[in-house]
Design a protein around this ligand. Structure first.
Ligand SMILES: [Zn+2]
Length: 417
């Protein structure tokens, strides 16, 4: 199939999907967190059916699954899954997205018309500087673009279309899934990996051309609760112990130059207080704990316990208690047990002419949760850049390379899996 046909297809799909508001909402108790995500999920079910994936369906939790049957006569080709998430970050509006295609980018400043002083400039964006001659899509300045992860959705759909239209490409059974609520960490909580039935999977939710990610943070959450002693303020002398002040003292003892998101990078972990629930009687400081080495999470948690216990010693009558919950785990070790998973991904990327770039994510992906659930799932590039911001952009040519990568992977698993 000529490149231009798929390129049009992936771009057309992308432009259609980003115009639907699919922001997720961490405060919502429902599943999915917002009903508007279902509009895109149902659209995808219809498009999959139109392409001939007759079993395409969405479940109660908003998860879409579909099968692209094997074209290979081999019996033992493993079932491979491809996934992307439909929701966009709640941190910035995703309503009324007006995508703009800047054709044949020549290094000029890209002005976003809805906020005229907002300029996407190659001067402060090295990735963009490398995209001369490509077609760049941005939003208009008023919203995010939603390339995270509608680029991935468009890539998976375009790859399915290409495989359907080219039955001569031999591949094993492929399973496709689109999920809600990734941005709020609940995306695959209801994902039934047995029903999905893939032996291995890939999320299409990575950044620039060639990116391949099989390592994420390991993550816990931790709540440090200070119990004080409340009384009527008029009768407080010698009796009251204000838990708010104990907690403030504790927070002020956290190191200023290390161990925080704003002071660490690359492979360094951190402890991050991100919410406080405060009364005089009882104040809880909520933390997220992150490290690439799972064993280091407990070291960081013990450090916070010691800091809290040291603090309450200075506030007689107060005490501290602790609650730790597991959030997700680095997928590196589980993925390393299946070397084929990354070997074939590297080869699929190389076949497109791109260079595989392996990096670690200072965060989690749906793949980290799926891997922990028993479905090893590294992350592949979809072309998204500057996500969660008004300056979010994607290269059409990168999306096209991602489509080729998926098609190559389907074929390589049949040949070598
Ligand atoms: Zn994403």
């Amino acid at each position: 199939m000529p490149t231009t046909t798929t390129q049009t297809s992936v771009l057309e799909r992308f432009l259609r999907y980003v115009q639907l508001d699919t922001a997720s909402d961490p405060a919502s108790p429902t599943t999915p967190s917002t009903a508007k995500q279902l509009v895109l999920l149902d659209m995808l079910v219809n498009e999959l059916k139109t392409l001939g994936l007759t079993d395409a369906a969405r479940d109660e939790a908003g998860i879409v699954m579909a099968t692209l049957p094997a074209t290979s006569k081999k019996k033992d080709v493993p079932v491979i899954g491809f996934l992307a998430h439909v929701d966009t970050s709640p941190e910035l509006s995703g309503a009324g997205v007006k995508p703009i295609v800047h054709h044949d980018y020549d290094g000029r400043d890209l002005v976003l018309p809805d906020v005229p002083n907002l300029v996407l400039s190659a001067k402060d964006d090295a990735d963009l500087a490398g995209k001369k001659g490509e077609d760049i899509v941005t939003a208009s300045g008023a919203t995010l673009l939603g390339a995270d992860d509608k680029a991935g959705v468009a890539v998976v759909m375009a790859a399915v279309e290409q495989l359907v239209k080219n039955p001569g490409i031999a591949h094993g059974p492929l399973r496709i899934a689109f999920t809600p609520d990734e941005e709020i960490g609940r995306g695959v909580r209801h994902f039934d990996i047995k029903r999905f039935g893939a032996r291995y999977a890939y999320t299409l939710d990575g950044a620039g051309l060639g990116t391949l990610e099989a390592e994420t943070f390991s993550a816990d959450s931790m709540t440090v609760t200070f119990q004080g002693r409340n009384t009527h303020p008029g009768f407080a002398h010698g009796v009251m112990v204000n838990a708010i002040k104990v907690a403030a003292d504790f927070v002020s003892r956290l190191p200023k130059d290390t161990l925080s998101p704003e002071r660490t990078r690359e492979k360094e972990g951190f402890v991050h207080p991100n919410d406080i629930t405060a009364t005089v009687d009882r104040t809880s400081v909520h933390f997220i704990i992150r490290d690439f080495e799972t064993a280091q999470l407990a070291v960081k948690e013990d450090y916070l316990k010691k800091l809290a216990n040291d603090t309450v010693r200075d506030w007689p009558g107060s005490n501290a208690s602790f609650e730790v919950k597991e959030t997700y785990r680095n997928m590196r070790d589980a993925i390393a047990k299946h070397p084929r998973l990354l070997e074939l991904a590297r080869e699929a990327i190389r076949e497109t002419g791109a260079t595989p770039t392996e990096s670690s994510i200072r965060g989690g992906t749906d793949g980290s949760i799926l891997t922990e659930m028993g479905l090893p799932t590294p992350n592949l590039f979809s072309g998204q850049h500057r996500f969660h911001s008004r300056l979010e952009w994607v290269s059409v040519q990168d999306m096209e390379q991602a489509v080729k990568t998926v098609v190559n992977l389907a074929r390589l698993w049949e040949e070598k899996g």
